[in-house]
Design a protein around this ligand. Structure first.
Ligand SMILES: [N-]=[N+]=N[C@]1([C@H](N)O)O[C@H](CO)[C@@H](O)[C@H](O)[C@H]1O
Length: 829
């Protein structure tokens, strides 16, 4: 059989005429072949979208080629693998990133030119894969790019939502949500693996029976759904490695309950089967946490069960003994969303592989690690016991057993300290008895990661204080990072060329610490000229986009001041808008000579509000109401323009960030676990105006506080300030601008009343009033700096030069060395 197989593969290899060719002519041939044979259009008559589809399929061929070679090699070397489980992946577009990482962008650009097409125009045909909400989801995507580029043997696992994050439509300044039919015209970047599918069980009961003299539990499920794999090759940059992001879609299981058919209840059977498919239908659109939604729990267990069945099958292909499991597998769960996987591993090892409990638990504790993205305890997931008991009865039993043994262990250290025991319990007593998924994760995971140094301190001293005092060794900091491939090379090619030119190498794209080499040229006038021109080119592109979308004409000489992120009270977009009202009010009361000294601004805000988040939706409306007033006021002209960019997503970020001069990160200190948008702006030489919160603290250490504009209460000052409550008075300017909104200066007086109430009369939980004065000072400092364009350009260059730490490559290397214990496994050919 071995001989036969060997002969067969030699024959196969013989037939294969080597690797796909990437010269322009070969690419032209492949693209036209896909027009005719994949898109099935005549090669003499096809439109831009069909050209894009054909182009995408020709790129996909090259991804698949590397995907195969990489996985053949992983199989051969059998290294320890990292499996990254995330309920969300915000991938964005794939075309440009793929051809750049494959290293064949120029060849494709030439091939298309020969065929009479423009690469950039075809790239615009692609829709975003928006399978996530915000930072946590994009963090997962950046991680995958770095895992591939650094040649780590890694897999990503998630859900293939039929509908991605809703499209944001703005009507009369109000947000409306539209479903995101992202799969309508197919998805060339995925490969449906009909042969890779697993049954996933739900509901039912748990029976006990004796097997070989040992009592064991049998779960009799009530429903079964089929999980089918869709593979998305993730190419590394400057390497042949291409790893896999395997997303699961729910299909009706092929088990026919003949019962219903015989009774002619056919329709019902079909409806039930369709119900099964809904599990992977839609992404929950809220960046905050979810308490007790049945479908959400089913989504979490669905992808966890399918992923673990797939992981264990792959392990068993090469290994017989589960003692080797922790040597070969590391499991990273992205926040607590996949933490039901801990109970699932215990169920499989104990109930199906018949390992005894402590052996199984020992294995679980050696394979799992978790990244926590939330800061506030109320942001931590809890699942009602009744719900879990109904959907996953055996898992509830297992979690009770885990908790029982945890409590027994804790009693050894904290015998009478019942408050601590109840705080650390995985089971939360109370009105709604619930499972604390974070406590389950902390009880099992060998490593618990915070996403910035400030965040980890908050987890150690507040959120998980009890667990930190018991297991300090588990708590590690892995400050987030973003990939410079997408956030410089793909989205800002002119900056990419400048950096490579002045560093005299492109090696920084794989080894970003080299970017610090720009520091020595920070005052170089030639670099300043090129740098300013690069920013101008990107600002022109952004200005055109703004005019097309909102018909607002903006001046390129103005400072482009940007705040783009999910709309949330703690991110304080309202502080930005109240600052704009103050600026508007000041200009209105200026005489012409004063106006000549005003630094013109274009204030750009963008972001989606969770559909049910009324306060956030009011903030979006207020932004539009202020924009309508300011932009139509002849006294203001180009001194101030306000623009809300609708439907903010990864592709919009790739256009806005390179064209930004100043970006705002205004979270009340202690509320932003990290923030990753700030890192993308930093890489693109955009100056930061920020509170000392999350990763902004580490950014200030890397570039120097003098190269950014910090303001506001510090993390350790906030609790005391909140104590002050009503006595805490905002500045006069603050009271004035809130009054203008409350009095209906921008209209919608009644509608904005509750919004004003959130920041006045002692209700100002996020301290907008307290921080307003220092916020205006920081804004004034930014104005003064912007006037001195050489100073500003120097600060901009030093921002990019100091951004190396915030590459997801550094983040991944830390996870690999300190958490996962994995080594690179580079595909040789
Ligand atoms: N969920 N969650 N958490 C977040 C973001 N909202 O997605 O994760 C992001 C990624 O870790 C953080 O940057 C951000 O501060 C934090 O709020």
């Amino acid at each position: 059989r071995k001989g036969g197989l060997k002969a067969k593969s030699e024959k196969m290899f013989g037939l294969m005429d080597g690797f796909l060719k990437n010269d322009s002519v070969s690419l032209q041939k492949d693209i036209l072949d896909h027009v005719e044979f994949t898109v099935a259009r005549s090669r003499f008559n096809f439109d831009d979208f069909e050209a894009y589809q054909a182009l995408a399929h020709s790129v996909r061929d090259r991804l698949i080629e590397r995907w195969h070679d990489t996985h053949q090699y992983f199989k051969k070397k059998d290294p320890k693998r990292i499996y990254f489980l995330s309920l969300e992946f915000l991938m964005g577009r794939s075309l440009t990133n793929s051809v750049i990482n494959l290293g064949i962008q120029d060849q494709y650009a030439d091939a298309l030119t020969q065929l009479g097409f423009d690469f950039e125009i075809l790239a615009e045909q692609e829709g975003d894969a928006a399978l996530g909400n915000g930072g946590l989801a994009r963090f997962a995507a950046c991680q995958m790019d770095s895992l591939a580029t650094l040649d780590y043997p890694a897999w990503g696992y998630g859900l293939r939502y039929q509908y991605g994050l809703f499209r944001q439509i703005i009507v009369d300044g109000f947000q409306h949500e539209q479903p995101d039919f992202w799969l309508n015209f197919g998805n060339p970047w995925e490969i449906e693996r009909v042969h890779v599918s697993y049954p996933v069980k739900f509901y039912g009961t748990v029976e006990e029976e004796v097997l070989n003299g040992k009592k064991c539990k049998i779960w009799i499920p009530g429903e079964s759904v089929e999980a089918v794999a869709y593979d998305n090759p993730i190419p590394g940059y400057g390497t042949r490695n291409a790893i896999n992001l395997r997303l699961w879609a729910a299909k009706p299981s092929d088990q026919y309950d003949m019962e219903s058919y015989t009774t002619g209840d056919y329709i019902n059977a079909i409806v039930n089967r369709q119900k099964a498919e809904t599990i992977s239908n839609v992404l929950y659109p809220d960046d905050r946490s979810y308490q007790g939604k049945e479908l959400r729990l089913k989504q979490q267990y669905f992808f966890v069960s399918a992923s673990l069945q797939d992981i264990i099958r792959r392990f068993k292909d090469l290994h017989k003994n589960f003692d080797e499991f922790p040597e070969k597998i590391a499991l990273q769960i992205n926040d607590t969303h996949p933490s039901i996987s801990i109970a699932e591993v215990m169920r499989v090892l104990v109930d199906e592989e018949h390992l005894d409990w402590s052996k199984a638990w020992g294995i679980a504790c050696r394979i799992f690690s978790v990244t926590i993205h939330a800061v506030q305890p109320e942001g931590l997931e809890k699942i009602p016991v009744d719900l879990l008991g109904s959907v996953l009865p055996r898992h509830l039993e297992i979690i009770y057993e885990i908790n029982f043994r945890l409590m027994e262990e804790l009693k050894k250290s904290f015998d009478q300290d019942y408050d601590r025991l109840s705080r650390m319990s995985i089971i939360e007593e109370g009105a709604v008895k619930s499972i604390r998924m974070a406590n389950l994760s902390l009880a099992c995971c060998h490593t618990v990661n915070g996403v910035s140094r400030v965040h980890l301190e908050t987890l150690k001293t507040r959120v998980f204080k009890d667990f930190y005092e018991l297991w300090p060794q588990k708590f590690q900091c892995k400050t987030n990072g973003v990939t410079q491939r997408r956030w410089i090379v793909v989205s800002n090619p002119s900056l990419c060329s400048i950096i490579s030119k002045w560093l005299g190498t492109e090696a920084w794209i794989r080894n970003v610490d080299l970017i610090a080499g720009l520091r020595e040229y920070a005052k170089d006038p030639d670099l300043h000229t090129e740098w300013k021109n690069m920013k101008k080119v990107n600002k022109m592109r952004l200005a055109e986009y703004i005019e097309t979308l909102t018909s607002v004409k903006v001046s390129l000489d103005a400072m482009f001041d940007v705040q783009i992120k999910r709309i949330h009270e703690y991110k304080r977009q309202l502080l930005n808008i109240l600052g704009i009202i103050h600026r508007y009010d000041c200009i209105k009361n200026m005489d012409e000579s004063d106006k000549r000294r005003v630094v013109p601004r274009v204030c750009i805000i963008g972001g989606k509000a969770a559909p049910g988040y009324e306060v956030a939706k009011k903030i979006i409306k207020l932004c539009h109401a202020v924009a309508d007033k300011v932009n139509s006021d002849p006294d203001i002209g180009d001194l101030l323009k306000v623009v809300f960019i609708p439907d903010y997503n990864v592709s919009v970020a790739e256009l806005v960030i390179p064209g930004s001069d100043l970006s705002q990160h205004l979270s009340t200190a202690g509320h932003e676990a990290s923030g990753t948008g700030c890192m993308k702006f930093l890489m693109n030489g955009c100056l930061l105006l920020a509170t000392a919160d999350g990763s902004a603290v580490e950014i200030a250490e890397e570039i120097g506080e003098a190269n950014m504009f910090l303001f506001g209460a510090k993390v350790d000052e906030v609790p005391a300030l909140r104590e002050k409550g009503t006595t805490l008075k905002g500045s006069l300017q603050f009271a004035r601008v809130v009054r203008m909104v409350r009095d209906g200066y921008f209209g919608f007086k009644d509608y904005f009343k509750s919004l004003c109430d959130t920041v006045e009369d002692g209700g100002d939980f996020y301290l907008l009033g307290h921080d307003f004065a220092s916020y205006l000072e920081a804004q004034a400092a930014a104005d003064r700096a912007f006037v001195d364009q050489e100073k500003w350009t120097q600060m901009s260059i030093l921002s990019t030069a100091g951004s190396g730490k915030f590459s997801s490559d550094r983040t991944i290397e830390e996870y690999a060395e300190q958490s996962w214990g994995i080594e690179p496994c580079k595909c040789p050919f």
